[in-house]
Structures are given as structure tokens and as C-alpha cells.
Design a protein around this ligand. Sequence first.
Ligand SMILES: Nc1nc2c(c(=O)[nH]1)N[C@H]1C(S)=C(S)[C@@H](COP(=O)(O)OP(=O)(O)OC[C@H]3O[C@@H](n4cnc5c(=O)[nH]c(N)nc54)[C@H](O)[C@@H]3O)O[C@H]1N2
Ligand SMILES: Nc1nc2c(c(=O)[nH]1)N[C@H]1C(S)=C(S)[C@@H](COP(=O)(O)OP(=O)(O)OC[C@H]3O[C@@H](n4cnc5c(=O)[nH]c(N)nc54)[C@H](O)[C@@H]3O)O[C@H]1N2
Ligand code: SF4
Ligand SMILES: [Mo]
Length: 713
Amino acid sequence: MQREVHTFCRVCEPSCGLVARVRDGKVESLSPDKAHPVTRGFACAKGIHSLDIHRDPDRLGHPLRRRGVGDFEQIGWDMAVREVADRLGRVRDQHGPGAVGAYIGNPTAFNSLAGPAIGSLLGQLGVQRVFGSGTQDCANKFAGSEAVFGSSTLHPIPDIAHTQHLLIFGSNPRVSHMSFLSIADPMSALREARARGARIRFVNPRRIESVSESVGEAVLIRPDSDLYLMAAMLCELERTGGLDLEVLREHGRNVTGLLDFVRQYPPERVERVTGIDAAQISSMAREFGEAESAAVYMSTGVNMGRQGTLAYWLLQMLSFATGNLDRRGGNLYSLGFYPAAKAGRTDPARHFFDSRFGRIRRIRGSLPANLLPDMIEDDQQPLRALLVVAGNPILSVAGEARMRGAFEKLDLLVCLDLYRNATGALADYLLPCTDMLERPDINLCGLGMQHQPFVQYTQAVATPRDERREEWWILARIEQELGLRSALDGGVPTTAQLFGRMNHMLAHSGLSIESLAETERGTVVLPAAEPGRFYSDWLQTTDRKVDCCPALFGDALLRAHTIFAELEAEPEGGLKMITLRTDRMHNSWYQNVEKLRRGKAARSVLHVHPEDAAARGVSDGERVRLSSPQGELEIEVSLDPDLRRGSVALTHGGGRESTSGMRVARRYPGQNPNSLLPTGPGSFEPLSNQAFMTGVPVEIEPAMPQPVPQPAG
Ligand SMILES: Nc1nc2c(c(=O)[nH]1)N[C@H]1C(S)=C(S)[C@@H](COP(=O)(O)OP(=O)(O)OC[C@H]3O[C@@H](n4cnc5c(=O)[nH]c(N)nc54)[C@H](O)[C@@H]3O)O[C@H]1N2
Ligand SMILES: Nc1nc2c(c(=O)[nH]1)N[C@H]1C(S)=C(S)[C@@H](COP(=O)(O)OP(=O)(O)OC[C@H]3O[C@@H](n4cnc5c(=O)[nH]c(N)nc54)[C@H](O)[C@@H]3O)O[C@H]1N2
Ligand code: SF4
Ligand SMILES: [Mo]
């Protein structure tokens, strides 16, 4: 008999409700959950096509052991975990725990049992060198909120439902559905705000798909210059009396430091570097300050620039210094079922240390992924064994060639994944994991950042195919073989035991996994964010003041002046490569879904402004050589008048010609922008480890050499 099971998507942050129709443990169809009290029937192509991922014949079904280059043999689970444990143990015993590392990919953020299981194994092994996708997308936000609010997990979200004015930097909600702001169908919420009279601006080097008359306008900025626009807006607000001095006095510290910094960047001075008229900057500042309520938001387009932490600081200052932080329609902390803001409380100065690669830090436990190849190739204490869980560092991190070269030197590479991806192609062991339809979960990822908070528990919807296993089980089996404590010690754990940590958190709201499971769709809607408790309850600095100019920023502020001088000195006419997501991809892993590879999505193209193309004698559809000091590739040009002149855009996740484990992806290999990005020391923001991935200088020229003109006669 077919039955309907309510579940939710675990591909990105909104956690959209889905309904699966299941017969005999097999999912027959998957559709948006129209009656979901929060996500109300919204789901994107990726959510719906997760069924294709579930059924994909290229999925890993059995543990595999490498026999030779590109050659794997199937082995049983017992043998796989024993051999992995033996070899991990041997590396650790011979070379110390410093020789073992891990890379934790983005999908673990949407897999509530995986994180604690990874922590358990790495902790018991004494692994210190941990890397992950966070230093490619959001590490600057952790660093920024730590320094300003005293907690890496305190991120006041824009109150879209009530705001009169919203500034969105470096995000394309229509395509990506936002990050550090969990909201299903953000476009409807933005449209409603606009219809109510709110003014919405997208600061972006591209007139993105989110821009329209019914939503908001584009402010076309030069890449990697947002910090100076924010500074100029604050400078102008101060000049025109737009700052809320009472709030600054009552709740701020180091206000003078902030003012000293922003006064150096009046609108007239940043005009050329940002590419935005001084008059427009002044009116943006004035309108922001005069709005009844105004909210701010920024995402990866700014995070991935060179100064993401400082930009996140000034973003918060725009909100705080105008009295919009903790105001209806401004930015609010959204509690949800558990006060995550408290859990992230930390003193950032503690996390910096001296290393062979200069003074570096850990950010929420992670080192810069841009140093992973350096640490593998380090002659003094090389990393020799690496565990990769749900990640694809070969394609998703900067410097593909360097990363490949380093990975080939590892003594042991173990990948836990759905696929044999580009990284898995180099693995010694591939351990097949369950997908989101095959495991129970709760939507932990958006905690503290949900526009309308809700918590949902889902049971596993389908029986795992083949021999796929959950990450916690695989890691626990490896722990057992290593003689360590494991979740399997007392036999197979009950749901309550497995979700013990979550139950502890849920108890804060009088909930539990069991009580959620008894509700109609495992879902409880929680109160929406309210103003009034930010300064008294959520702010985590020791003196309960917002740090308006953290001492930790000293060097970064000097660097900001140097970078400004560099940007000012740049000749006109150069090109910078920016990031570009499409609704047909999700980083590197939805590339194996045939239905999403049709038409334009079948190949990589480089978006170039028509005037930049004309200046180089390049036309639409032509192949060009795209190069940076780090590398080069050949690619087809697509003229895109929506770009700001001087920016070119290329979608990441490509470069799959040798990913033999993913046949569809290999047929549509695409190009990898990361092969052109800087890697190693100096390629990431020192304050946060965030890699420099957008606004990177590049050049293009026609790929075919122009025919040499023949002398007449
Ligand atoms: N369809 C789809 N959805 C996704 C993903 C996906 O791959 N595909 N990935 C998911 C993940 S992991 C994440 S982290 C989120 C990210 O979500 P978002 O951060 O919203 O990501 P993007 O849509 O890439 O938006 C970044 C924007 O920044 C702009 N930009 C580039 N450089 C600059 C700059 O220097 N300054 C400014 N102001 N803007 C700049 C780009 O033009 C782009 O429009 O999306 C998630 N959702
Ligand atoms: N140039 C450029 N590079 C970028 C970006 C950009 O905008 N421009 N964006 C960056 C961003 S935002 C991010 S988050 C990183 C992502 O970086 P990564 O996390 O390293 O890479 P992904 O491509 O997301 O690969 C995720 C892998 O996890 C696997 N997977 C999916 N679900 C599960 C699961 O439930 N269990 C297990 N075990 N495996 C699973 C997938 O098959 C896939 O192989 O890439 C970054 N790279
Ligand atoms: S927006 Fe994100 S959570 Fe919602 S269906 Fe799409 S991928 Fe899933
Ligand atoms: Mo991301």
C-alpha cells in the first residue's frame, strides 16, 4: 500500500517541506508539501530532483577499495572499516595525530547526526587539522560576529516581513534561496515587502535574476569593493546626523575607532573604487537612515571577497549605529528552539597561533582549506591521511591543480559520500552514505537564522538502497575497530539515544524528538523573532556592549587602506571574475542529474559584458583563453549586458572530465573557475580563513591565435 510521508529537504537552508509517496520502503514520488505550515508548498528544482539523486545508478552502493588508478573493487563493510581503522591507526601511531586530517563538506550542515559523529572520531584520534567548506563560504561571518557580538553564532536576520527598507549585498535569492537566513520562497517575501512600500536594493556587480520592478533595483558595484561602500554610507550618515548617538552611547564600545575608520572613506573618495556615484551613495545612506525601519543582509558575493570580516562588521554597524538593530523591520535575532547564540560564545583572540605558514587561526575548529595542499606537502610534518566527509575539495576549493598534486601524495584518502566524485576518484576507500530520504533528521542548520522558526523531525522515508549507511554508523564502526568509544558500544542505539544531544537542546522549548514525532508532520512552529532582548539577552560580549571597532581588527584595518590604494591605482578596463550560481546546480554535486543538464545548463560559459568583449575583439559564442596568474582555461563566451563592465562570471562545480564515477557529470564536464583562484598562504583573509574567491583579476583573449595578415601581392 502506498503511504504519504512528510519530510523536508536537506540540500540547503530553508528546509522546505516535502511529501514522499512510499510503497514497500521505496519512494515513488516526491512533491512540495503544500500544507506545510511554514514552507507552504515551496521547493526548488534541487529539492524535487533529490529523488533522482536517490535513484541514480551512479550512486555508491557498496564500500570500494582502490586497486589501481581509477580501478576499484567492492569489499564488505567489515573489511572496509577494519582496513580503514588499521591504516588510520598506523599513520597516527607512526607519525602522531598531526599526520591525520579531515575535510568536512557543506552537506554535513544539513545532516544533524553526522556532525557529532565526526567530532567524536576526530576528537578521540586527537586530530587537530580539520578543514571544510566553511572557509569557502561563510567563515568571515563567524569571525565578524565573534568580534562584534562575542559569539560566532549570533547573526541578526533582516525582518523582511516588517521592513521598510532592505539592502542586500552579494546575494541572489531567486537562485540560491539565501544563506544565514533560512526562508523558503524568499522572492515572495521580498515581493510582499515591496508591495507594502519597502525599498529593496541589491548591491551586486550583476543585474541578477532577483532584480525586477516588483522586487527591487540593482546597484551595480565593482567587485571586492563593498567594504568601502558601507564605510562611505556610514560616513555620510554621520555627516548628516543619521546616526543614533543614544544607541551608540548606551550599547556600543570603541565607537571612536569606527568613526575614525569610516570618516576616511567619504562618498567622493570611494566613487571610483566602488564604481558608484558619490551622489547615489549619499542618497542610499540618507534613505537608509530616514526609513522608518531598515534592514541589512549580505552573503557569499561579499563573504568571498578579500575583506569579508570587515564588510560583515560594517554591515552590522549600518544596522546598529542607525538604531535598526533589534528594531521591528530592522535586524533581529531569531531564537528558534534553542539559544544557539550562547553556544557560539568565544574569545576570538584565543584561536590564533604561530605556524609554519605564518600566524593563522582556527575558525569554529577549521583551518583554511587553502592551506590543505601546503600541509600535505609540508616537509616537516606532512598530513598523510585524510578523511573527507561529504566534500569535494578537488573541485570546490581554490587551486585545483595544486590540490590534485597534493592529494596524490597522501598515504591514505578515505571518502564518505553519495558519489565517487572528483575527490573520490583519488580515494583509497569509498564508503557509501545514505541520502536525505534514507535517514532521520531534524532541521538544525537554520537554528538562530530562521525567518519563521520551526522545527521538524523526519523519520527515514525510504529503506537505504544497496549497502548505503549513515555517517554516524560508519564512523562508529571505525571507532570500534580502533578500540575507541563508539555509539554502537551498547548495541544498535535507539532513536532517543541517537538524537540525545538534540533532545537536550529541544528540551529548552519543552520539546523532544518523541513529541515532535507525534505531531502531524513532525513539525512545531515556533514564535517569530521579536525585538527587545538583543542587548540584554543575546549579545555575548563580556561587558554586554557591541564592539564597534574590535582591537583584533588592527592589522586588517591597515590592510583595508592598502587594498584601497591598490584598487585606486588599478588601470581602467581590467577584468575581475565573480561567482555565479544557477538554479540547475548545487556546488559540484547536482551535476549528475541529467534533467538538470539540458539546454543552457549543459555547458560552462563565461559571462562577459558586450563592451569588454568588443574591446578584446571577442564575440558571442567564441572560445577564449581565460587566465589568471594561477592558471588558465579555454571557454565559450556568452555576452551578458546585465554584468557591470569589468566583471566576468563563471559558475563553479565544473571540471569533471576525469570524474569517471559520475557519468552524466562527466558527459557535461564544464569548467572549473577554482583552477584560476589563488591558493596557499596569502590567499585567504587572515581574520577568518575565508578564501578569496570573487573579484579575482583575470584576463581573456581569443583562444585561436589571430591569423597573421599576409603581405599583399
Ligand atoms: N541553485 C543553487 N542554490 C544554492 C547553491 C547552489 O550552488 N545552487 N549553493 C548553496 C550554498 S552552499 C550557498 S553558500 C548559498 C549562497 O547563496 P548566495 O550567497 O545568495 O549565492 P549567490 O546566488 O551566488 O549570490 C552571490 C552574489 O554575489 C554577487 N557578487 C559576486 N562578487 C561580488 C562582490 O564583490 N560584491 C557584491 N556585492 N556582490 C558580488 C554575485 O553576482 C551573486 O549574485 O546558496 C545555496 N543555494
Ligand atoms: N569558484 C567558486 N567556488 C566555490 C563557490 C563559489 O561560489 N565559487 N562556492 C563555495 C561554497 S558556497 C561551498 S558551500 C563549497 C562546497 O564545497 P564542498 O562541500 O567541498 O563541495 P560540494 O560540491 O558541495 O560537494 C559535496 C559532496 O557531498 C556529497 N553529499 C551530498 N549529500 C551527502 C550526504 O548526505 N552524505 C554524504 N556523505 N555526502 C553527501 C555530494 O555527493 C558531494 O560530493 O564550494 C565552494 N566553492
Ligand atoms: S530551496 Fe533548498 S531546501 Fe528548499 S527545496 Fe530547494 S534545495 Fe531544498
Ligand atoms: Mo556554501
